[in-house]
Design a protein around this ligand. Structure first.
Ligand code: HEC
Ligand code: HEC
Length: 361
């Protein structure tokens, strides 16, 4: 890919200035006529690791190294022992030695614990390795080395008492560890979502030609589950186009069972996604709320705590604006806040005034 790209750029460089080239190179590349992907290009995308460990790169990592990775890059969100319920359901907890023997987590069948942790559900070690490799840390996916992925996976398994403290996980012994997973026999082929009277709610019989344009939803997430993980709109990762629904509000009527398209077009948007940009919306848009809760401490302090700390400071809005733009560390703890220089000044000012005023409703 890189060879191909640089040849292309060299060709273009003959006719345009360097500055123009820098601005237009992405466009030029995108306009290149189609051709089969090269093996190197395919390799860059083809990173999945399968249950039989096909695709797993050779390598290894120790629990001890994994602890360092965890403390530096995972703990702020998932807690020192993988027990935090702040940004996601706990990763570690509620698996027993008896489960490891049976290969089935008893608490899953009994519904005896409030939440299902990752280690309770995990039936394939490849899934844990692959997920961390492609998606974590949440704010910087695909930045871990292969050794770090092995190591931090080993550390999580150690937190769950599945491997000892001196363990080194590698491509040579993954199958042995797979044979220890507490829920390795827990996978079922038919997943009846939310238990719809023993029948799958997707039958695979959907219309493909001359279909009735009227859409009728016959199954949906129960209301009690909508906000099970807090407000999804505030938790989206900093990259990518996907934005979560505001789950503090009831589902828009267009999503309610039985509603059809006519109802959808007249449905009101959720209250905080109105047209006029307001500070809550700005904070969502600039991903501040990925790290700051209004009421709760997440990666950074809660907005209410920030408000309380600065409310007696003169012209605190100006001070907060400077701090937001520059980022910082050491005021609230060891986790740094990245500089927000890419956020327009007017937006920073609006959010600083909002926090200074403390008017979060
Ligand atoms: C900035 C916060 C943040 C950091 C840092 C972070 N995570 Fe996560 N992690 C999340 C969120 C949010 C999810 C849920 C993502 C989703 O479901 O889309 C998640 C999900 C996971 C899951 C999947 C759990 C499941 O059952 O589906 C694993 C495993 C995990 N993280 C491991 C790690 C590891 C290992 C690191 C460090 C290398 C890390 N995380 C760093 C926020 C974070
Ligand atoms: C990647 C996580 C992250 C993001 C994104 C983030 N912050 Fe922060 N923020 C933090 C952390 C961590 C701190 C605490 C830093 C410290 O201890 O000095 C903090 C501190 C702050 C403070 C208090 C500064 C002080 O010195 O007391 C304000 C105000 C603030 N953030 C506003 C914002 C706004 C507004 C945005 C979006 C434009 C934003 N933050 C985005 C993590 C983040």
């Amino acid at each position: 890919m890189f060879k191909f790209r640089s040849e292309r750029l060299a060709l273009v460089a003959r006719s345009v200035s360097l500055a123009a080239l820098l601005c237009s190179s992405a466009l030029v590349f995108a306009q290149t006529p189609g051709r089969p992907a090269t093996p190197a290009e395919i390799k860059a995308w083809d990173i999945d690791v399968r249950p039989d460990f096909k695709g797993l790169p050779a390598g290894s990592g120790s629990v001890a190294r994994g602890q360092q990775v965890w403390e530096a890059q995972c703990e702020s969100c998932h807690g020192a022992f993988g027990e935090s319920n702040e940004v996601f359901t706990p990763i570690v907890g509620h698996t027993t030695k008896a489960d490891m023997k049976a290969g089935r987590v008893a608490a899953l069948a009994k519904d005896s614990v409030p939440q299902r942790t990752t280690l309770m559900k995990l039936s394939e070690l490849s899934t844990l390795w692959d997920y961390i490799n492609r998606a974590m840390p949440w704010n910087a996916p695909k930045t871990l080395t292969t050794e770090e992925v092995y190591a931090v996976t080993a550390y999580i398994l150690h937190l769950g008492d599945i491997v000892p403290a001196d363990f080194v996980l590698s491509d040579k012994n993954v199958r042995d560890v797979q044979a220890l997973l507490p829920n390795r026999n827990g996978k079922i082929a038919k997943q009846f979502m939310w238990g719809v009277a023993d029948k799958p709610d997707v039958q695979g019989s959907s219309c493909r030609v001359n279909c009735d344009p009227k859409v009728e939803l016959t199954s949906r997430l129960p209301d009690y589950a909508r906000n099970a993980h807090g407000n999804l709109a505030e938790q989206m990762r900093l990259i990518g186009g996907v934005r979560g629904a505001d789950t503090t509000q009831p589902a828009p009527s267009s999503f309610v069972a039985g509603a059809n398209r006519a109802a959808a077009s007249s449905a009101k948007p959720p209250s905080n996604l109105g047209n006029a940009p307001n500070p809550t919306k700005l904070a969502q848009q600039h991903a501040c709320l990925a790290c700051h809760g209004v009421d709760n401490k997440m990666v950074g302090p809660s907005l209410k705590d920030i408000h309380a700390k600065y409310k007696t400071v003169k012209d605190s809005a100006a001070l907060l604006a400077t701090k937001i733009k520059a980022g910082g560390s050491g005021v609230w703890g060891s986790v740094p806040m990245p500089a927000q220089a890419h956020v327009p000044d007017a937006d920073i000012r609006a959010m600083a005034e909002w926090i200074a005023k403390g008017d979060f409703k």
